[in-house]
Design a binder for this molecule. Structure first.
Ligand SMILES: NC(=O)c1ccc[n+]([C@@H]2O[C@H](COP(=O)([O-])OP(=O)(O)OC[C@H]3O[C@@H](n4cnc5c(N)ncnc54)[C@H](OP(=O)(O)O)[C@@H]3O)[C@@H](O)[C@H]2O)c1
Length: 246
């Protein structure tokens, strides 16, 4: 798929990976819809950076763990844009609110709402548009933690393993018109690591074969690859410095 003039919705584009992905799609000439929840300043910064490539862009606000917000966001998008070519389900909480097993049922449900139900809801509404136009791509941000096991982050790992299953299972059910794939980043230096001790970070990075952070640009490039490639569906692309090769 040629990305120029395609319409792309990136959820969680107000910072980190989502912001880098939004900018990279703009560089390809795609029109970008920038979603945020709380960080309006970050979303506006993304829009400014996207604007440097001369593409059309909009900013949309929604708490994606609330279906009404998701519905309203898609209404707004449908009113403004004639189609939607690519949905990138990137918004999530990169950490657990209350680490398992201290978490209550509510803590766990809140986490799953933000990390997996949000993507299922966004995909549901995006698919209504994509099915009518008989084409579309859904790209999910999953994680190395969704692989065989997720280290100490039990709740987060479960949510990302669910994202992996969602990617593969949905790919089967919406083929051939819609392709569904995912990017699984390794350690990417976003705000989630801001207050982590140096020693911990060193240990995490030493657990990868390449002994370094994966860059935002390297992750964004993987989304571009999946968006352009028309032969892949149901795949999870690990951009992880060799973390999963053990
Ligand atoms: N950084 C890593 O090492 C790493 C590794 C593997 C996977 N990932 C995944 O990469 C994605 C992005 O994470 P990041 O590291 O870039 O972190 P980040 O900068 O904190 O980005 C998270 C984004 O998700 C949004 N968000 C959070 N809760 C939301 C909700 N209830 N409704 C709507 N939006 C919500 C945030 O929006 P607001 O700030 O505007 O509220 C923000 O834009 C996540 O899926 C994460 O699990 C990260």
């Amino acid at each position: 798929m040629e990305l120029k003039d395609k319409i792309v919705l990136v959820t969680g584009a107000s910072s980190g990976i989502g912001q880098a992905v939004a900018i990279r799609f703009a560089k390809e000439g795609a029109d970008v819809i920038i979603h945020f929840r709380k960080n309006e300043e970050g979303a506006k910064e993304t829009q400014k950076l996207v604007g440097e490539f001369g593409v059309r862009s909009s900013v949309v606000k929604a708490d994606l763990s609330v279906e009404k917000d998701v519905q309203d966001m898609f209404k707004q998008i449908s009113a403004e844009y004639e189609t939607l070519d690519i949905l990138i389900n990137n918004a999530a909480s990169p950490t657990e609110f209350v680490p398992y097993p201290s978490s209550t049922q509510k803590d766990l449900l809140d986490l799953f709402n933000v990390n997996i139900v949000n993507a299922m809801l966004c995909s549901k509404y995006a698919m209504e548009i994509m099915k009518a136009q008989k084409s579309g791509k859904i790209l999910n941000t999953t994680s190395i933690k969704g692989w065989e096991h997720g280290g100490s982050s039990v709740g987060y790992a479960v949510s990302k393993a669910a994202m992996n299953s969602f990617t593969r299972t949905l790919a089967k059910s919406v083929a051939p018109d819609i392709q569904v794939n995912a990017v699984a980043p390794g350690y990417v230096k976003t705000r989630v690591y801001d207050n982590q001790p140096e020693e911990k970070i060193k240990n995490w990075l030493n657990g990868t074969l390449l002994k370094r952070w994966v860059t935002l640009e390297e992750v964004a490039e993987a989304f571009i690859f999946l968006a352009k490639n028309d032969a892949m569906t149901g795949q999870i692309l690990y951009i992880d410095g060799g973390f999963t090769l053990k």
